[in-house]
Design a binder for this molecule. Sequence first.
Ligand SMILES: *[C@@H]1O[C@H](CO)[C@@H](O)[C@H](O)[C@H]1NC(C)=O
Ligand SMILES: *[C@@H]1O[C@H](CO)[C@@H](O)[C@H](O)[C@H]1NC(C)=O
Length: 294
Amino acid sequence: MKVTQLDCLCVILLHLLHTAGSEKFEVLGPTDSIVAVAGDDIVLPCYLKPNISVEDMTVDWLNLDIIDGRVFRYQNSEIIRDDQIPSYRGRTSLFEEELWRGNTSLKLTRVQGTDEGHYKCLIQSKSWYDDFTVQVLVKAVGSKPVVSIVGHREGGMGLLCESEGWHPEPELVWLNSKGVHLSAGPPEIHRSFKGFYRVKRHVIVQETDTNRFTCRVQQRQINEKMETEIHLPSELFYTTPWRMAFIVLCCLGAITVIGLALAIYCICYKKDDLKKESDELWEQNHNNKERFCK
Ligand SMILES: *[C@@H]1O[C@H](CO)[C@@H](O)[C@H](O)[C@H]1NC(C)=O
Ligand SMILES: *[C@@H]1O[C@H](CO)[C@@H](O)[C@H](O)[C@H]1NC(C)=O
């Protein structure tokens, strides 16, 4: 039998596979992204194929969207906490009883907005490494919007709507009773340190036949919305600033007139009094003088 070059190559390859086989492994996980509800505990699956023990390997979990630091590290049978991203402190763990059979799934508790990202599970032995990346999406439905009346603004009534605790960033719209969008001020968005969004937006409304206005906060990606309707009594619109100013001016005018009248009356009365007094004084004086001269 002739030994061909191809046979030779096959033998070499087989030999390589045989010697290195005990060290080689693949790292696997879910192909679909994981949708986590804020506040829940989740498991990010990751495991070795073949299911060999990782107890003497290094297991790293990284959030690729956060450059500095790690989510979790297991090395030399210990949990390494140096370089851990602060927002993950006290919230991550591996299933230690599963490590001997190559299961390096990560448990993440109390999911928050900042947890969204691409997570890499990287496993290194002395002679081999492989990794797998899974995407985590965080879903949080915020609070029912709170609507407050700001007061008279530019010939209408100023309203403010606020809602918090959203992820991803929501949209806030103002609607009239027919569901038509009202033109409103720019939305103001703030992000909490846990990564949740708070949104607020002003609007100036004019009187309508219903005086009903709705603030809607919605997040289309997670198909969620929250609404609050407000009904404004028409009297609110009547007491416009001009009317108020007019009433105030009238009151001020009346007070001034009464005040002036009083002042004039007092002055005249005092004058009379003074005159009487001085007359009396003069008379007294006169009498005295007369008495003195006598
Ligand atoms: C490892 O995988 C093999 C084959 O898939 C299976 O028969 C075995 O039960 C697994 N071992 C452990 C400890 O899970
Ligand atoms: C790994 O362990 C976790 C927790 O016990 C379990 O939910 C998961 O199914 C395991 N994964 C594999 C591939 O065995």
